[in-house]
Every structure is written in C-alpha cells, then in structure tokens.
Ligand binder design. Structure first.
Ligand code: IDP
Ligand code: MG
Length: 154
C-alpha cells in the first residue's frame, strides 16, 4: 500500500484542531503507519521547503513552522498520496473547497492546517526525512477487508 507524509502545522496545535484532522483521516479509511511529535528546525525545513527558499514569504514560513512542535504522520492506503491531497484542498485555505481540510478549518494561505506530500516520489523522500525506519509500522487492520474490495488489496 502507498504511504504519504502529513504534518499538522503549529497553528493547528494552537487552534486545538489536531483531533478533528486526525479523525478525518481515520474515518476515510487511511491507516496510521507512523505518528509523532517533533520540533522542526531551519535545517529540515530548508530541505523540506527547498522549492520555496527564494520566495519573499520564506522567512515567515520558517518562523511559523517552528513556532511550536508539529505532529508528523505517515498515512497508508491505496493511492494514499492522491487521496490525502484531495482531502487537503488548495494551498490558500480561503480558496480551498468546502469539505476539504483547509476549506473547512482555515482562513489563511500560510496557516493552512497541514502539509501533505504532492507526489508518490516526494512522499517516499518526505517519509524518510521525518521518520526513521523503526518508527514506521507494518501491520494489517482487521477492517481491511471491509475497507477495500479484493482487487484493490494488491
Ligand atoms: P502546498 O502546501 O499546498 O503543497 P506549497 O506551494 O508547497 O503548497 O507551499 C508550501 C507552504 O508554504 C504552504 O502550505 C503554505 O504554508 C506556504 N505558502 C505557499 N505559498 C504561500 C504564499 O504565497 N504566502 C504565504 N505562505 C505561502
Ligand atoms: Mg507543497
């Protein structure tokens, strides 16, 4: 099954939305392969947001992502990267569709609740960036056969 990397951003902890966001992923049928709390620093964020280092908002983004610890998650499921990106919604929360996490919980472009990997290739890199091998768990939920049809379990 495919895996993807989620970060619950500092503003999500500040606003008390952690439980509601995680609840959405579980209700959807995504399996938690890894979850932990960590304090991000400039080094890991500069790597993670390398595509944004030259943007004028980068210093503000860094500060925002280091304001408190974050919660990182590795979620697993069929087409997990695409499914989670669809659940996340557009980058700017004000433009994100109602029903998406950003659309339902946010009003900001920067403080947009979660990070979610944007491709299968980046997901693999990002899971490795934030988790060591022994923090990712291989197990099978009992509801697996009720969550998927047999042809979707390969
Ligand atoms: P994504 O999180 O939807 O994949 P990216 O373009 O990868 O969007 O940007 C990473 C993060 O940088 C966003 O989630 C948001 O927090 C922040 N960001 C992106 N564009 C802006 C902007 O124009 N102003 C302020 N922050 C931004
Ligand atoms: Mg991105």
């Amino acid at each position: 099954m495919e895996r993807t990397l989620i970060i619950l951003k500092p503003s999500t902890l500040q606003r008390g939305l952690v439980g509601q966001v995680i609840d959405r992923f579980q209700r959807k049928g995504l399996q938690i392969a890894g979850i932990k709390m960590m304090q991000l620093d400039e080094k890991i964020l500069t790597e993670h947001y390398a595509h944004l280092v030259d943007r004028p908002f980068f210093p503000t983004l860094l500060k925002s992502m280091m304001a408190t610890p974050v919660i990182t998650m590795c979620l697993e499921g069929k087409d997990a990267v695409e499914v989670v990106r669809a659940m996340t919604g557009a980058t700017n929360s004000r433009k994100a569709a109602p029903g998406t996490i950003r659309g339902d919980f946010g009003m900001s472009g920067q403080e947009n609740i979660i990070h979610a990997s944007d491709s299968v290739e980046n997901a693999a890199i990002e899971v490795k960036r934030f988790f060591s091998d022994n923090e990712i768990f291989d197990y099978s939920l009992l509801v697996r056969d009720a969550t998927y049809g047999p042809d979707e379990l390969s």
